[in-house]
Write a new protein. Structure first.
Length: 470
């Protein structure tokens, strides 16, 4: 996929940057001649095939400072890579410098204070593993291999967001290296404007090296709904599910997927990979109230398969990871919407029926609850009032299907645009070429304030290309 265009270093300038970084970093500095180059540049999305000039695998904050100072001096195109699987692949760039944080894996949990400090290379699975030792959690992604950094900086959808809010809502403070090479701890009290921007403002503010999260009592077992319905009842189930979401308590986070029946050992082989309507919900409240709170999500008509019950929170968070393997090809775009009219539902079902592969899906997530209780200007996340997010997710293996799969997702997104409230989630916003057409949709009324904040902390635009990517 084409990358954001920026200055390409001359051979002499590239060598000077390489030598400077190798003399100052504890971590590995990888150039195109390094035997580990292809492994280091590869990302989760196999659609992304970029060839950076250099990859600085930082071992800690001091390495990040040295890398930012060198980048400011030599002015390569810069991208920042966390620990997970950001869909657009903007963590790597062509012909530039990748500041790679994926080896920064430290996690410290303070169960008495109910806080966790985690470095930017940590994934949600790794963070959950530590916090669940104390039956605590912070709302994270739905795939355990997702990185905490990219998800949180973009807002952060998760299985319990209606109960505990977005991932960014639980952030107490961040450590960030800004373009001047300064290490800043930002919070509501310290540099509040940068703290505001980092919670939902996406990329291009600096290099966030660690997050302090507030934790919530949850687990180790959680109750949830997972019911598969026959696809020939898709519109009926969607309408019933929509109506059930209106009265769902904040302790329940419902979602619905049009997808394929998984090829699990407990599922009859003849159903594997056939289309279905998948209704899911996770309960985040007092255990004794789970069955009653979840019942409306479970009782939407005769099921194909009902796998509802309780399971460890860490198992819930990793349950779908195997369905999104490393190296396969992905493209995702989304809309926020306030209502799911019958016409919108018919459009969703029609567009799903044209999907190019069994790996492709459409997801409808329910917001509200704790997400909507945060003030609209309290963070840079601009879509607090939306009731739903509709995500069109193409997945495929064969590179020959690239054009077909991407076109399916884009055409489905276009078909749903009349039902949108005008917003797009930055973490599901397409690829680089989609960015310029989506800026207002991603950040809404916060776009100008974000631009001012970026300019204040990065007046020379070192991280400008990163800010322009989805």
């Amino acid at each position: 996929m084409p990358d954001h265009q920026g200055d390409v270093l001359t051979a002499a300038a590239q060598q000077a940057l390489t030598d400077e970084l190798r003399s100052s970093l504890l971590g590995e500095v990888i150039d195109r001649g390094h035997r580990g180059y292809d492994e280091a540049r590869a990302v989760w999305n196999g659609l992304i095939d970029r060839r950076p000039a250099l990859i600085a695998q930082c071992s800690g904050t001091a390495d990040v400072v040295e890398t930012v100072r060198a980048a400011r001096k030599h002015r390569p195109l810069v991208s920042i890579r966390g620990g997970g699987h950001q869909v657009a692949g903007s963590g790597v760039c062509d012909d530039g410098l990748v500041i790679d944080l994926s080896h920064m894996k430290g996690v410290h949990v303070d169960p008495a204070a109910r806080t966790a400090r985690a470095q930017a290379g940590v994934t949600w699975g790794e963070l959950d593993r530590e916090t669940q030792l104390h039956a605590l959690a912070t709302p994270g992604g739905e795939i355990s291999a997702t990185g905490i950094a990219g998800l949180t900086l973009g807002g952060g959808f998760g299985f319990v967001m209606r109960t505990f809010g977005l991932s960014c809502d639980s952030v107490r403070s961040l450590e960030i290296v800004t373009a001047d090479g300064a290490v800043r701890t930002v919070s509501r009290e310290e540099e509040p404007e940068l703290f505001w921007a980092a919670r939902g403002g996406g990329r291009g503010l600096g290099v966030v090296t660690s997050f302090e999260f507030g934790l919530h009592p949850l687990g180790p077992e959680v109750a949830g709904v997972l019911v598969l319905h026959p696809y020939d009842r898709a519109e009926e189930v969607l309408r019933a599910w929509r109506d059930a979401t209106y009265s769902a308590p904040e302790t329940v986070t419902p979602e619905l997927l049009l997808w394929s029946v998984p090829a699990g050992p407990a599922i009859p082989p003849e159903l594997h990979r056939s289309s279905c309507v998948m209704v899911g919900a996770v309960y985040g409240g007092p255990p004794g109230d789970a069955a009653a709170a979840l019942a409306p999500q479970r009782e939407l008509g005769p099921p194909l398969i009902d796998m509802s019950g309780t399971l460890p929170y860490v198992a819930l968070q990793s349950a779908n990871t195997w369905r999104f393997p490393d190296g396969e090809r992905y493209f995702m775009k989304s809309h926020f919407t306030d209502e799911l009219s019958d016409e919108a539902i018919r459009t969703l079902v029609d567009r799903y029926s044209r999907r190019p592969t069994p790996e492709s899906l459409i997801v409808v997530r329910t917001l509200g609850g704790a997400v909507a209780r945060v003030g609209p200007d309290d963070s840079a996340f601009a879509h607090r009032s939306a009731r739903y997010n509709v995500s069109i997710d193409a997945g495929w293996r064969d590179p020959a299907l690239d054009e077909t799969a991407i076109e399916w997702a884009r055409s489905a997104w276009d078909a749903m645009k009349p039902f949108s409230s005008g917003g797009t989630y930055v973490n599901f916003a397409g690829l680089g070429e989609d960015a310029s057409r989506l800026r207002g949709a991603v950040f809404g009324s916060h776009e100008e304030r974000l631009a001012r904040t970026r300019a204040a902390y990065d007046p020379e635009g070192l991280f400008g290309p990163a800010a322009a990517r989805p």
